[in-house]
Design a protein around this ligand. Structure first.
Ligand code: GLN
Length: 582
């Protein structure tokens, strides 16, 4: 493997989880990228699940979908959002994948005669996977999930220590992220848990090169000194990381401490470029001090989640709205509305007129679907900007079929398998797979190309944000990849193709397309499968302020610097609602 010169930055967490290890990793990667280095980031998740596709979203947050069809941990979403590049599913390594690979090999007889053991076989496989994902990059950040001292991340710590020997210790540094609590009854920042984390890490033979101190407040000199003495590293290598108002200020704060150059120095490297953060800073300022406020109704399924924050299940949508808002100098405030409320009483739906715009996000299952359909009807009839994402497209088509095309009780067969008008359905090829219980193969996962309709609103928005040129480059890359080129389907000649990511099973049924179109629903983009089936990717309504829905999840490609076209268009249209947007 030709990645001898890749420099590894191992990021591990101490004290407690949930202190922003993923964001710190993404921010360090961003800084190194700005210094001109080709940088990637890898996430190790010590759980046994093969990937995040089967994790409960209310416990683990959103499932992040990669271009190459991976359903992985949402931290990888932060990596992509910060780095603005495609990160493969290979960059998420789980204990499940490692063990499965080793056991599969053992069954094939590849270890014949050997006793297969955690050390060295499991740790060798971890190292192989890390090096594979890092190949060809100047820097690879490797974030180890969980907290030092967790039973389950011991093999990973052992493996990275071994990696150090393989690639040379001059090519590996360690960043420990800890948390310094300020107990309310003493109002004093405590360093003891950090000291314990340093000691625990040393049990794996690892001594941190940097310690990132997360806390409510900045670290003072006295505490810096204490940690310096305990960890036996320069105070310069102790970075204060207090709470911030927006996650996009993290790299800026790190740079105030000169973190990027300090890391380069450790490796004996110099910046290749002098980075400009001006436009990033400008956007951060707008997030911190927006000129306007827009209220958006997110109509979704209520989930009983206890103390859990519902917005965590829709991180990418929140982020995409924040990106669009930053460009338009507006804060987008989201109200999460349980769609079931609209089912109980017809009048309740009128509350939606208090919002600048309405979103129906992705979803699965029957619960609350009728309420969502009511919300969509209200948006359509009252000229309120509407953005439908995946399930939000499917239900917009159902609503249009019922109320405009006179197909009573039209539905998606996911919700009503016996409907007379199955406008959203499983395609025949998928049905065959389902009969064979091969459910995995029935999901459309990852990037798919769509050809956009001439003169459509969708085409205008994608053109305005230069997505056609950008996605064309990606299309050329995919064309050359025999495993991934199926994502393009048959691309008709012309230059109106874009790529968005998918995670769904049902499609607009081809047999209803003509009749829906004749009644005024505009299909403004489609994917043409190699077998000739047209899959509808976008719908819009002419004469409406903004009524656009997509079968894809454009939120996965939105970044602070390049917001997603549909989100920008939606927020812009909603802001024009004038007095609503107080
Ligand atoms: N449940 C729908 C389907 O599987 C929509 C999925 C989604 O919104 N991501 O097709």
């Amino acid at each position: 493997m030709n990645n001898r010169k890749t420099k590894y930055i191992i990021v591990a967490g101490g004290v407690i989880s949930g202190v922003g290890k993923g964001l710190a990793t993404a921010s360090i990667a961003k800084i190194l990228q700005r210094y001109g280095y080709n940088t990637t980031a890898i996430k190790i998740d010590p759980y046994i699940n093969y990937d995040a596709g089967t994790l409960r979203p209310t416990e683990h947050g959103e499932v992040w979908v990669t271009d190459d069809g991976g359903e992985i941990d949402q931290d990888l979403g932060n990596y992509e959002r910060f780095l603005g590049m495609y990160i493969s599913r290979m960059n998420n390594i789980t204990t499940g994948q490692i063990y499965k690979e080793v056991i599969d090999r053992e069954r094939k007889g590849e270890y014949l005669g050997q006793t297969v053991q955690p050390i060295p076989h499991i740790t060798d496989e971890i190292k192989r996977r890390v090096r594979q994902a890092a190949e060809g990059f100047d820097f690879a950040l490797v974030e180890i999930g969980g907290v030092i001292g967790d039973y389950e991340n011991i093999p990973f710590l052992f493996a990275v220590k071994g990696l150090e020997r393989e690639v040379g210790e001059e090519n590996v540094i360690y960043v420990l992220i800890t948390y310094l609590p300020i107990p309310t009854h003493i109002h004093e920042m405590k360093t003891k848990p950090t000291q314990q984390a340093i000691r625990l890490l040393s049990e794996s033979g690892i001594f941190p090169d940097f310690i990132l101190c997360r806390a409510r407040e900045p670290l003072d000199e006295i505490r810096k000194k204490k940690i310096e003495t305990y960890a036996n590293i320069d105070a310069d290598c102790i970075i204060s990381a207090p709470d911030i108002s927006t996650l996009y200020s993290i790299p800026l704060n790190f740079e105030k401490e000169g973190f990027g150059e300090k890391i380069l120095n450790k490796f004996g490297l110099k910046p290749k470029t002098s980075p400009s953060w001006q436009s990033w800073e400008e956007l951060v300022k707008r997030i911190e001090n927006p000129e306007r406020v827009l209220r958006v109704a997110m109509v979704c399924k209520y989930i009983d989640i206890g103390d859990y924050n519902l917005s965590d299940s829709y991180v990418s949508i929140n982020q995409a709205l924040e990106h669009a808002g930053a460009h338009l100098n507006a804060e987008v405030k989201i109200d999460w509305i349980d769609s079931k409320r609209f089912e109980e009483n017809d009048k309740v739906v009128k509350e939606l007129s208090n919002y600048g715009g309405i979103i129906v996000p992705g979803g699965f299952g029957t619960s609350g679907a009728e309420g969502k359909i009511k919300a969509i009807e209200f948006a359509r009839e009252n000229d309120i900007p509407y953005l439908g994402l995946c399930f939000g497209l499917q239900l917009a088509v159902v609503e249009f079929a019922r109320n405009v095309c006179n197909m009573p009780e039209a539905h998606s067969t996911e919700i009503n398998p016996h409907t007379q008008y199955p406008v959203i359905d499983i395609l025949p090829t998928q049905k065959e797979l389902m009969e064979k219980h091969q459910y995995g193969g029935t999901m459309r996962l990852g990037a798919y190309a769509a050809t956009l309709k001439k003169d459509s609103m969708v085409l205008k928005l994608y053109t305005k944000l230069h997505r056609l040129e950008e996605d064309r480059k990606r299309i050329e890359q995919l064309k050359k990849d025999p495993d991934q080129c199926f994502r393009l389907g048959i691309l008709p000649l012309g230059k109106r193709a874009i790529l968005e990511r998918h995670r769904h099973r049902y499609e607009v049924s081809p047999q209803f397309i003509d009749i829906l179109e004749e009644s005024g629903l505009v299909f403004s983009g489609y994917h043409l499968r190699a077998d000739g089936t047209r899959l509808m990717e976008f719908v819009e309504l002419a004469g409406h302020r903004f009524f656009i829905a997509t079968q894809a999840h454009p939120e996965f490609k939105s970044t602070l610097e390049k917001p997603a076209p549909l989100f920008l268009g939606f927020v812009e249209a909603a802001l024009k609602g004038g007095e609503l947007n107080e």
